[in-house]
Design a protein around this ligand. Structure first.
Ligand SMILES: Nc1ncnc2c1ncn2[C@@H]1O[C@H](COP(=O)(O)OP(=O)(O)OP(=O)(O)O)[C@@H](O)[C@H]1O
Length: 936
């Protein structure tokens, strides 16, 4: 018989101790945090106030040094890179100044005619020797490989309907779906229509386009007699990747790079003339097209192709306007992420390749974007939902003829990619990070944003973006933030500066890399920020891990070599890169593990990055970890990513798709709430219905159903008990209810004492390199475009919402204990006691959980973590690598929750359907065959 009274006493003691410990930790924020927040806020206010009304500001110089420059391009072009959000000038780490140097031959383009002639000569010689059977090693091209594979004639052609001749040495190499892609491009060509090749990342869009252009160059028809001079605009990082692909698949074609790293020796006028008359291909970066558009417009071009064409998703940017003016009858857009943030982007892409198809911008926003987005929220009315679905279907039908998109799941039968496992890890902040985060939430910058009387105008945008960017710095590492608060003459302790133990996410990275090294995996680590990359680099150096690093400071001509070195040389454990430089278009299949260190507002940026490893050419299973600091702005960013995913799936995949997120508010961005009362992070609790891989659930799977039910009942009971205990123990201790505390802080944020406002009159949504629109919810975005006074209304509703929130918190009352439940669960109480005993040691090592409820919850779950005692040899037998990693992370309490990303964004279900469909189709074919055979 279990002695309930004794048990309660024991719990009461435990809870009291916990409360005492919590109280000793909870003195609001530390003086260090307060003064850092004050100093940084003052600095930010000063910097913001320097800029006159309507001036565009470059983030690199604005946020850190305060000097103004002209607005910048969203491109990865010249050195230093202009795509990242911080300057690393003077950052006190040797790693920041080091560059990864490689002594590998650079890829040379055909800008210099002598180079071109030489290359062609070498190729011809190679081809002749291979044909004569005396091959002794030469530069391999696709046609030479074809002969080496036992074929006789590299001039053989495969003819498509209406006469397009595709060299057989290419045609045979293409997967079936890629052949369909070439045929589709040919159809568009014949009707002189533009199109969007939108296959998922890594499915060989480059090869399909090259195959088609090669075929045109071999087919003597049309006004250009085959392929005329053409322009391909690409991100800087992949420009030489295009060169090497062209040289491999179509050696005779002249392909030149219009960039200062190109071989044309500086005279771009001559280069344009030469390439135009040679009917060659001109590769230009997005920055280059802005720079040279006048010269380029002096000629007419056969094809204009935008690689990673989503770069023109904002119709108002200079680059979008410029590319739409270039004279050409054929426009192609290549991108694996056709829609990233909102529906207006789709309009901009179609405005380039099929002008007029989606009407005027305003009509599109009003009649398509608003209703589809509005009907997508979980709290939409039935009629809004139904309207959204019908309009989404109509839109899908309108764009389908001009857009070809295949997913990996759809073509898996052809390409046989290995498995991919993608998880979102919610990492704990360190105590120092939590303190700084809270301190900055109380700062004058944040208070001025949330101040009710503030006008929701453009100056607020700037402050908002700066504040969000500051919070993200704290999430990455405290020193990125604290360094800004440092006086110039202050000494920096290099021993502890940037130390991995001071950042929750770096602690997770440390665990991951150590395990992966033992397991023989190699990793890509992407971060938005160059400063963060420096800290990671310093960490890798200290640990003696071999790595390569690619950010915007690496010369464009060197990037391809760096990538090749990593892919070829397994000594390198890590490839470090900024998400925007290394995350787009490149092939990094040498790695089979990916860490996305910090989330981007734009989900496509992270998706692009992770696809560098999981693509054609990958032979090992790939695991991707997206790291998020639990309860912080990073979780909110992830939630917005999910909504954006949902929106694009609704158009491209399934108009019926349902969303789980409701409209969100600005207010919600400025909170810190690591675990809710169920011990879940906010996102984990929203997606509870999906598979959450946390310690509780994982181990639940091992239990039979009846013990699961008991466990659930037990948890409920434990919670009730803990509430009672906490109520009792709080008698006499003031100020210890965490919810009260939170409410107070929130009120303080909402109704702050009046602060002296600096005279800010800045209009800038580029101040942190984040478009203001990315920060708002999607409904906000479309409405903002539709309504003039929308921003002001938004602020109003935000403030009303938050007042409502406070009321709701007030109304929640703890429920009473049900005595009958206590009795029926006596046996499980015994269970808990035992678990508690065993878990005692481990619990001490863990961080204190944030509430008494959580503390009790741990009693239920800790033992189960211990149950999995991994000895080195058992690991391989018992669990696969990923399970092992995850259990380690949970055991160290570095990770609070983990979600399966594919399940959250609804992709897993889609994949399952495809697999089922494929299997069903196979069975049907077999059935037909069997019936036919039987009649014979
Ligand atoms: N038919 C093929 N035969 C051999 N290799 C292929 C084939 N198709 C694609 N690949 C390889 O697959 C990889 C991915 O191709 P590619 O870079 O063209 O993909 P993508 O769709 O353009 O990707 P992203 O959207 O990321 O730029 C490349 O290494 C490419 O060489």
């Amino acid at each position: 018989m279990v002695d309930i009274n004794k048990y309660l006493e024991m719990q009461l003691e435990l809870a009291k101790k916990q409360i005492e410990r919590k109280n000793s930790q909870k003195e609001d924020v530390s003086t260090k945090s307060k003064s850092a927040a004050d100093y940084i806020s003052q600095k930010q206010a000063k910097t913001l106030s320097k800029f006159p009304h309507n001036q565009k500001v470059d983030v690199k110089t604005t946020v850190t040094s305060g000097t103004s420059t002209e607005g910048h391009l969203d491109d990865t072009d010249f050195v230093p890179s202009d795509e990242e959000d911080e300057s690393i000038h003077n950052f006190p780490l040797t790693a920041c100044s080091s560059r990864t140097k490689q002594n590998i031959n650079r890829i040379v383009d055909d800008g210099d005619i002598k180079q071109y002639n030489l290359r062609v000569e070498v190729w011809r010689e190679g081809l002749n020797t291979v044909k004569s059977g005396t091959y002794e090693g030469c530069t391999l091209t696709a046609d030479i490989q074809y002969i080496l594979d036992g074929n006789k004639d590299n001039e053989e052609m495969h003819e498509l309907q209406n006469g397009l001749l595709v060299p057989k040495y290419i045609w045979k190499q293409l997967y079936k779906f890629q052949r369909t892609g070439v045929k589709w491009l040919w159809e568009l060509h014949q009707v002189e229509s533009g199109g969007l090749l939108g296959d998922e990342m890594g499915l060989g869009k480059t090869i399909q386009v090259i195959a088609f252009l090669t075929a045109l160059s071999k087919t003597n028809l049309g006004s250009w007699g085959g392929l005329g001079p053409s322009i391909i605009i690409t991100p800087a990082t992949v420009i030489y990747q295009w060169v090497s692909h062209f040289h491999y698949w179509c050696p005779l074609l002249r392909v030149a790079v219009l960039h200062h790293t190109g071989s044309h020796a500086g005279n771009h006028h001559k280069l344009l003339r030469d390439i135009h008359s040679a009917h060659g291909i001109l590769l230009v970066t997005y920055a280059g097209i802005v720079k040279y558009h006048k010269e380029l417009n002096a000629y007419s071009w056969h094809y204009l192709i935008l690689d990673e064409g989503h770069k023109i998703r904002n119709p108002d940017t200079q680059v979008s306007k410029i590319v739409k003016k270039i004279q050409t009858p054929h426009r192609l857009l290549i991108t694996g992420s056709p829609m990233q943030n909102s529906l207006q982007e789709l309009w901009s892409l179609f405005d380039f390749m099929r002008p007029g198809l989606l009407g005027t911008y305003n009509a599109f926003i009003e009649h398509f974007a608003v209703p589809i987005t509005q009907g997508g929220y979980a709290n939409a009315t039935e009629i809004q939902e139904a309207t959204a679905m019908e309009i989404a279907i109509a839109l899908k039908n309108m764009i389908t003829p001009y857009m070809l998109r295949r997913t990996k799941a759809e073509v898996q039968g052809h390409i046989k990619l290995p498995e991919k496992n993608e998880q979102v890890l919610f990492c704990s902040l360190t105590q120092e990070q939590r303190d700084l985060y809270m301190g900055y939430l109380m700062s004058s910058t944040v208070r001025s944003i949330l101040d009710k009387e503030n006008k929701f105008g453009n100056p607020l945008r700037a402050r908002l973006l700066v504040a969000l960017s500051t919070l993200r710095k704290i999430c990455n590492h405290p020193d990125i933030y604290l360094y800004e608060a440092q006086e110039d003459e202050e000494q920096i302790d290099e021993e502890i500066f940037g130390h991995w133990k001071r950042s929750g996410k770096m602690t997770v990275v440390n665990s991951l890399l150590k395990i992966w090294k033992k397991q023989g995996h190699r990793a890509l680590i992407f971060s938005q920020s160059r400063v963060m990359l420096c800290l990671l680099e310093q960490y890798l150096q200290n640990q003696g891990f071999k790595y390569l690093k690619m950010d915007g400071t690496v010369n464009v001509g060197q990037r391809q070599n760096l990538i090749k070195t990593f892919n070829d040389n397994t000594d390198y454990l890590v490839f470090l890169s900024t998400t925007r430089v290394g995350g787009l278009g490149v092939n990094l299949t040498g790695a089979d593990r990916v860490i996305i260190y910090d989330p981007d507002w734009n989900p496509a940026t992270d998706d692009q990055a992770k696809e560098r490893a999981w693509r054609i050419g990958q032979s090992r299973n790939v695991t991707v970890y997206r790291l998020l600091s639990a309860g912080t702005i990073e979780e909110k960013i992830y939630q917005r990513q999910i909504f954006k995913h949902f929106l694009s799936n609704k158009i491209f995949v399934d108009p019926n798709q349902k969303n789980f997120l409701t409209t969100s508010t600005l207010q919600g961005l400025f909170t810190l709430e690591e675990l809710n009362r169920d011990g879940d992070t906010e996102t984990a609790s929203i997606f509870k219905h999906t598979k959450i891989i946390n310690k509780t659930n994982k181990d639940d799977n091992d239990l039979d159903i009846s013990s699961k039910t008991k466990l659930e009942a037990m948890k409920r009971l434990a919670k009730e008990i803990s509430k009672k205990i906490s109520k009792e123990s709080m008698k006499g201790t003031q100020e210890s209810d965490p919810r009260e505390e939170y409410k107070k802080k929130r009120e303080q944020l909402l109704c702050p004492p009046k602060v002296e406002e600096p005279d800010i009159n800045l209009v800038d949504d580029k101040i942190t390199n984040v478009a203001f629109e990315d920060v708002l919810s999607e409904l906000d975005i479309v409405k903002m475009h539709a309504k003039k006074d929308y921003e002001e209304q938004l602020l109003k509703s935000v403030l009303e919402d938050s007042e409502q929130d406070i009321k709701e918190v007030d109304e929640e009352k703890p429920t009473n204990i049900d005595n009958s439940q206590l009795e029926t669960n006596e046996s499980t109480v015994k269970d808990i006691k035992q678990r508690h005993k065993k878990s005692h040691k481990i619990k001490r090592k863990r961080r204190l959980s944030s509430s008494i409820d959580d503390g009790l919850k741990n009693l239920v779950t800790v033992k189960k973590v211990k149950k999995k005692d991994y000895s080195k040899n058992e690991v391989k037998k018992q669990t696969n690598d990923d399970d092992y990693v995850l259990n380690k992370l949970f055991a160290k309490a570095a990770v609070k929750n983990a979600l399966q990303h594919d399940v959250v964004v609804g992709l897993a279900e889609r994949e399952k359907k495809h697999r089922l469909k494929e299997e069903a189709a196979k069975r049907a074919r077999n059935a037909v065959r069997a019936v036919k055979f039987s009649s014979k």
